[in-house]
Ligand binder design. Structure first.
Ligand SMILES: *[C@@H]1O[C@H](CO)[C@@H](O)[C@H](O)[C@H]1NC(C)=O
Ligand SMILES: *[C@@H]1O[C@H](CO)[C@@H](O)[C@H](O)[C@H]1NC(C)=O
Ligand SMILES: *[C@@H]1O[C@H](CO)[C@@H](O)[C@H](O)[C@H]1NC(C)=O
Ligand SMILES: *[C@@H]1O[C@H](CO)[C@@H](O)[C@H](O)[C@H]1NC(C)=O
Ligand SMILES: *[C@@H]1O[C@H](CO)[C@@H](O)[C@H](O)[C@H]1NC(C)=O
Length: 917
């Protein structure tokens, strides 16, 4: 079996970006296909989301409270057997009430198992809110929450990490849709595909150090949220963001230094300008592009903002225990709610210490009504961080990245600070201690948003519908990938360098048996992966070869054919690996074909041919069916050598990928569907619950409003005693009901209850309102009425005069009579109503509503305005007629066109008519 690889076959465009000139986002195709791209920077503590969509400003998506970043948290607020699902800040805050129903920092668990290797990650996670981490069917981490048994909901206490993250991404998707005012990824017709972007609708950033397994976990989460995501490393995304607004006449090297909540990353990137070949379905040619080439990365896991928070929390815990442990009979550590509050407080204290030498901390009623107060010195905090050995870890990634890129610090143009935690003084000190001169540090990107904005730009660049600045980013996975054949032959197919293509084609010659090969990280990657991390990625099984050749084997003719097999190893989403397009070509060797060969190559009856293989085989059908038909008769009886030229046979084969790492595998289609159904059911129930809550809150706030109203003097003046009493008793009744039966009442009942109080309040509101409007409305009516009457009288006079002179008039007798009658009726209606109203007190319902008075007034006023605007056709001026006649006479003499002319004149002389309006 001869093997060769080829990585240059696929158009470069597959792996690259042409990127948007921000102001020129233009959609070239139909709006129905105007897909948006949502980018996620899903961090340990914060999630940032951005949206690119034609017609919208390119910006981050705001949370419901208008914040530009969203806490990476999801929480379940229990209401008996029901629950509301909270996200963002609400979820984070709710953790202090129900820590075990709250999930935060889940990024640390993505792609992790409960096995020993992953214990540090699981322990770190469990130390946040004390969640119970259990193993899922797939060996990945799931979280178990305390749950009151309800048979209908019994599948819900355990949620996988992918599901919990997927819920958050789906929430963010809803926010993006609210921003876009429509769905961000409308479903496309089956098989619909525009070029290489293939319906891309989301880009998720990942730390470059994520393994295939971790990447797969976040891809699965995004799939659960309804996306087909691409991945990009956060360093490359920040670099794309950097390149958006800059040009590079000379190549420049920058290091992006990102201290996040969960890890520290350093990414060396070379920027340059080069002509590139444009190869999209919408345009072709050469163009200058900005090249973003990731040269090397370095990182430290489990170092970052969250670790600092946990260190501070533990200081608070120690202080509390020192003061109050005796009082509460043990450490506060066992009280999860208190621990959640202290973590929140630690985060607040950390921010204060960024700008101050000391911070006072105070948490009221932390436990057993104890108000906890303490002072934290920045020095003490920094000492604790140093003691934990964290300090050097903040900067080692810089040296690693430089080493990986093969360059020295002084070759860097700058170190660009990314990520919220780079602002912490401790981190800045660490940089200084590591010998990084301040002059190298650059704070010229938006530290919080660079990655998410760059990711959206990157995503949009795959969509030829967007016209963008041409940026091509070559991202990197720091672990080289080996393909190991069963015979031990090994070859690095994806080096630990920036990828120019995500596809590697492998050719196998003369394969006659099914075979397997392995994908694994190269031995040199072991150190980077961490000791104890299995290098195996997956085992790939290519099957269907033996099955499709079995007939030939049976007839002993296997050696009369040659085979060539191609397969493609694809790294998309970036850093995950799959095998596609496994195709085998079977050719007859020189000579002729006879016996089983004939049927194999479709030279025999189609019947036989179609049943020859059970795999999906597509014979080239250009002429073979015709030939088959022609040859059929002779062929059946005649087993002798045939000289009919046979077509090569193409057999499509299947590749089965079996993940090798601790039995963790991507979610299967079925599992995705089941999870989606589960999330949908939970979402629906939560929505119903939320609607009920909203209806309940509406009653509550209405009750407050009514209490205020009743106190109001204007309001008191319009209410009768009995009404006041009825309202008071209804208000009391409703308050009591609300805190009793109202707790469980359904939305419809809640709305009816509210209406029962509204029906008492509404009339009073009407009285107050009418009292304010009446005088003006009545006066306006009277004025308009007398003006209208004047108009009718004058119009009648003019009409009479016109009739007398036998002239045209704007008015007709009939319309003035009708108008006059209408005015009489309106006047009578108003007079009667006003008389009744005059007898009413302030606390009576009005006899005549100002809205009705206004409506009548407007109606007759509009009729009059319309008549006034009407114009009558002008009578032809006296002078013009002879002139026209003279003209006509002249023409008459010359052209004898008099008949026509006369007809024209006659028309002009017709009596003026009323113009219809
Ligand atoms: C296999 O790859 C070779 C080289 O790229 C190509 O010439 C050949 O057409 C491919 N065969 C199939 C069946 O795709
Ligand atoms: C193929 O074989 C199956 C039984 O294995 C038979 O039911 C079917 O009719 C065959 N098809 C053709 C096209 O001969
Ligand atoms: C053949 O292909 C069809 C559609 O692509 C698929 O549903 C079917 O399972 C395949 N059969 C085999 C034997 O691979
Ligand atoms: C044969 O190939 C043509 C296109 O080349 C296709 O339209 C047709 O459906 C094929 N027929 C069969 C029987 O596969
Ligand atoms: C009546 O005629 C007078 C004189 O032509 C004109 O000024 C006035 O506007 C007319 N009034 C109406 C209501 O048509």
């Amino acid at each position: 079996m001869r093997v060769s690889s080829n990585r240059g076959l696929f158009p470069r465009a597959l792996s690259m970006l042409g990127v948007v000139a921000l102001l020129a986002l233009a959609l070239l195709s139909t709006p129905a296909r105007a897909m948006g791209v949502v980018a996620f920077d899903y961090g340990t503590e914060w999630m940032k989301v951005s949206l690119v969509k034609p017609g919208l400003p390119f910006d981050v998506v705001l949370d419901r409270d208008s914040k530009r970043k969203i806490q990476s948290a999801v929480s379940f607020k229990k209401w008996g057997l029901e629950e509301e699902i909270l996200f963002g800040t609400n979820a984070y805050n709710h953790a202090t009430r129900e820590p075990k129903q709250s999930f935060y920092g889940l990024k640390t668990l993505l792609g992790r198992t409960t096995a020993d290797d992953d214990k540090p990650y699981v322990d770190l996670y469990a130390s946040i809110f004390g969640n119970d981490v259990v193993s899922s069917d797939r060996g990945t981490c799931s979280l178990k929450r305390p749950f009151e048994a309800d048979p209908k909901l019994s599948n819900l206490p355990v949620l996988s990490v992918e599901e919990l993250v997927g819920m958050q991404l789906e929430y963010a998707k809803k926010l993006a849709e609210e921003t876009a005012g429509e769905r961000v990824n409308p479903s496309l017709p089956a098989g619909f595909n525009i070029g290489s972007f293939g319906g891309l609708d989301a880009v998720v950033t990942v730390p470059a150090f994520f393994t295939a397994q971790e990447r797969q976990a976040i891809v699965d989460a995004a799939v659960l949220a309804g996306f087909r995501p691409r991945l990009v490393s956060d360093g490359a995304a920040a670099a794309v963001n950097y390149a958006q607004t800059r040009t590079f006449a000379q190549p420049e090297k920058h290091l992006f230094f990102d201290v996040g909540s969960g890890s520290v990353r350093a990414t060396v990137v070379e920027f340059s300008t080069k002509p590139v070949v444009i190869d999209s379905i919408l345009s072709a040619g050469k163009k200058e592009a900005t090249i973003v080439d990731v040269k090397g990365v370095g990182w430290e896991r489990n170092v970052g903002g969250l670790q600092l928070d946990l260190i501070l929390r533990d200081k608070l815990v120690a202080d509390f225990d020192a003061k109050h442990a005796a009082q509460i009979g043990g450490s506060i550590k066992t009280n999860l709610r208190a621990m959640a509050r202290l973590l929140k407080e630690a985060n607040r204290v950390k921010h204060i210490l960024s700008a101050n030498d000391a911070a006072s901390s105070s948490v009221e009623s932390l436990v057993d009504e104890i108000d906890f107060r303490t002072m934290i010195q920045r020095q003490d905090f920094e000492d604790a961080v140093a003691k934990a050995g964290l300090l050097p870890k903040f900067t080692t990634p810089i040296q690693q990245a430089l080493a990986a890129a093969g360059i020295k610090l002084d070759e860097l143009n700058s170190i660009v600070l990314v990520g919220g935690s780079t602002r912490v003084p401790l981190v800045q000190n660490a940089l200084r201690e590591a010998g990084i001169p301040d002059s190298k540090l650059a704070q010229n990107v938006n530290a919080d948003e660079a990655a998410v904005m760059g990711a959206a730009f990157y995503g949009a660049s795959f969509n030829p519908q967007f016209r963008m600045k041409e940026i091509r980013a070559y991202d990197l996975v720091p672990y080289a990938v080996n393909l190991k054949d069963a015979d031990g032959h090994e070859e690095i197919i994806f080096p630990a360098a920036s990828y120019e293509t995500e596809h590697v084609v492998r050719q196998y010659s003369n394969v006659k048996d099914d075979f397997v090969f392995e994908l694994e990280y190269d031995a040199a990657a072991q150190k980077a992966l961490g000791v104890g991390t299995d290098r195996a990625i997956s085992m790939v099984e290519i099957s269907g070869i033996e099955e499709s050749l079995k007939e030939l084997k049976a007839s002993g003719q296997l050696d009369q054919v040659d085979t060539q097999l191609n397969l493609t190893v694809v790294s998309r989403p970036l850093g995950t690996y799959s095998v596609e397009n496994v195709v085998m070509v079977v050719k007859p060797k020189a000579g002729g074909i006879a016996g089983a060969l004939k049927s194999f190559f479709g030279v025999a009856t189609p019947k036989k041919a179609s049943n020859a293989t059970t795999t999906n085989s597509t014979a080239t059908n250009t002429t073979s069916s015709d030939e088959a038909g022609k040859e059929e008769g002779a062929d059946e009886d005649d087993e002798t050598l045939s000289s009919v030229p046979a077509k090569d046979k193409i057999v499509k084969l299947t590749a089965r990928t079996i993940p090798q790492n601790d039995a963790v595998r991507p979610m299967s289609g079925d599992e995705i569907k089941r999870s989606k159904d589960k999330l949908w059911t939970m979402g629906q129930a939560a929505t119903r619950k939320a609607q009920r809550e909203e209806a309940r809150n509406a009653i509550e706030s209405y009750l407050y409003r009514v209490r205020d109203l009743v106190e109001d003097s204007t309001f008191a003046a319009v209410a009768k005693d009995a009404e006041r009493k009825a309202i008071a008793s209804k208000t009391d009744e409703l308050s009591a009901w609300l805190s009793d039966a109202g707790e469980t009442a359904d939305t419809a009942t809640l709305k009816l209850k509210r209406a029962s109080l509204e029906s008492l309040i509404k009339p009073l509101e009407t009285r107050v309102e009418q009292g304010k409007l009446r005088t003006a409305a009545f006066a306006a009516f009277e004025t308009s009425l007398s003006e209208a009457r004047e108009f009718v009288a004058e119009a009648r006079a003019n009409l009479t005069a016109a009739l007398e002179r036998n002239e045209a008039s704007k008015y007709s007798v009939a319309e003035l009579d009708t108008l006059s009658a209408t005015l009489d009726k309106d006047a009578e209606w108003f007079a009667k109503g006003k008389a009744l109203q005059d007898k009413k007190g302030a606390n009576d319902d009005p006899a005549l509503l100002s809205t009705d008075v206004d409506a009548r007034r407007k109606k007759f006023s509009e009729t009059i305005a319309k008549i006034k605007k009407r114009r009558i056709a002008k009578t032809r001026p006296q002078k013009k007629k002879p002139a026209a006649a003279a003209e006509a006479d002249k023409k008459d003499a010359k052209d004898a066109k008099d008949a026509k002319s006369e007809a024209g004149d006659k028309k002009d002389e017709q009596p003026p008519r009323h113009e219809e309006l």
